[in-house]
Ligand binder design. Structure first.
Ligand code: BMA
Length: 372
């Protein structure tokens, strides 16, 4: 917990949203649970205090460890947990007990409960298998047209959504109340690597896919613990961001996935691209009374020892976003990690990033009561 926080909060005016605006904010699911409704309002209010830090799979595993209760690579470095936890549920739709990264769903469920009990925020991504081939999400065999109503795989697709819904409905706290989730389906739609991506379906098909999913989960399956996040990959302009936008009635949060690459000028390029795109989503979020987030980012292996304070923070600090989430520290892929481990050259800089008055970790939101 950073003591200087309170002083700086008063000084930070950029992106302030009035209480009036925040309290009039309603999730797209009109039957959302009160905790889910409160989360959206409180996240919007909290934007004036700073940017929450998030980490994918934080409590599950990290460099050199796996499934050890209480461990977290973020905590190993700075002594505190992240405020936001990302989880991945690809393969839930085919009834597997393990996600596509071989993590048991039982572990994911337990950690979602643990994070919620601490007052943290859970967000879920879904690298769903291709329904036509049962290949992975990266199997770009054309399929979106075939899973929409009237398509030859529509019934199969609904069965997959049933399994997705069963997992989401099962996320409950100790009192049996549903745990609110920022759900982020069909992400990076401006990229060409997933079956729902650009080039593999028309904008209209994508919009119908997203809308159908929202309606099916909320209206047919009675899932009322979701806030829906739309998160394209990098875009050149506002038109491209909104080309496949499902509409304000289907999206609660305007997200963005942009990664930093290593190499000459990569940091500057990242700052330019992410900066432009964050400006697009934060302006749009203001106009539409939505929340904005940097839903995925990171520099794999963090070869730049000052990346946290000199690249990431400088890129995001002036944008009113709810959180920034970096990707996972894979336990079985030695070069696939985004948070430094003890002794890593970028570890000290991560601690400096943590200490910044406007980066929010678990200790900073512990008393925020985001669900009340
Ligand atoms: C990707 C990589 C993959 C992983 C997928 C889903 O970006 O981390 O190794 O399978 O996310 O977690």
């Amino acid at each position: 917990m950073k003591i200087i926080r309170l002083i700086s909060v008063g000084l930070f005016v950029f992106g302030l949203c009035s209480g009036q605006q925040a309290s009039s904010l309603l999730p797209v699911d009109k039957n959302a649970t009160s905790e889910t409704k409160n989360l959206l309002i409180n996240l919007k209010k909290q934007v004036s205090k700073g940017i929450m830090f998030g980490h994918q799979d934080d409590l599950l595993y990290g460099r050199g460890w796996k499934y050890e209760h209480g461990l977290s690579d973020v905590r190993r470095i700075c002594g505190d947990y992240p405020a936001v936890y990302g989880w991945e549920i690809g393969k839930v739709e085919v009834g597997s007990d393990y996600n596509l990264d071989s993590v048991p769903f039982s572990e994911i469920r337990e950690h979602i409960r643990e994070a919620y009990a601490r007052g943290g925020v859970n967000t879920v991504s879904w690298h769903a298998n291709n329904p036509a081939t049962d290949g992975r999400a990266w199997d770009t065999t054309r399929v979106v047209h075939a899973i929409l109503p009237g398509g030859k795989h529509h019934e199969l697709f609904k069965q997959r959504l049933d399994k997705l819904a069963a997992f989401l409905l099962d996320l409950k706290d100790d009192q049996g109340k549903p745990i609110p989730i920022l759900f982020r389906p069909y992400h990076e739609n401006t990229g060409v690597w997933f079956w729902w991506g650009a080039g593999h379906c028309t904008p209209q098909e994508y919009v119908e896919l997203y809308q159908f999913t929202v309606k099916y989960l909320t209206q047919v399956k009675g899932v009322h613990n979701l806030l829906f996040v739309f998160s394209p990959d990098r875009v050149k302009n506002k038109e491209q961001y909104f080309e496949r936008y499902p509409g304000d009635e289907f999206v609660d949060v305007l997200g963005l996935d942009v990664y930093c690459w290593n190499g000459p000028n990569a940091s500057q390029e990242y700052r330019n691209i992410a900066g432009t795109d964050l400006s697009i989503i934060t302006d749009a979020a203001k106009e539409r009374n939505k929340l904005a987030t940097f839903s995925e980012t990171g520099l794999e292996q963090i070869p730049n020892s000052k990346w946290w304070t000199e690249v990431l923070w400088k890129t995001i600090e002036n944008y009113p976003i709810s959180y920034v989430l970096v990707w996972r520290d894979a336990y079985n892929m030695p070069n696939h990690y985004y948070v430094p481990y003890p002794g890593h050259a970028a570890a000290d800089d991560f601690v400096e990033f943590y200490k910044l008055p406007r980066t929010l970790f678990q200790g900073d939101i512990a008393n925020a009561n985001l669900y009340k």
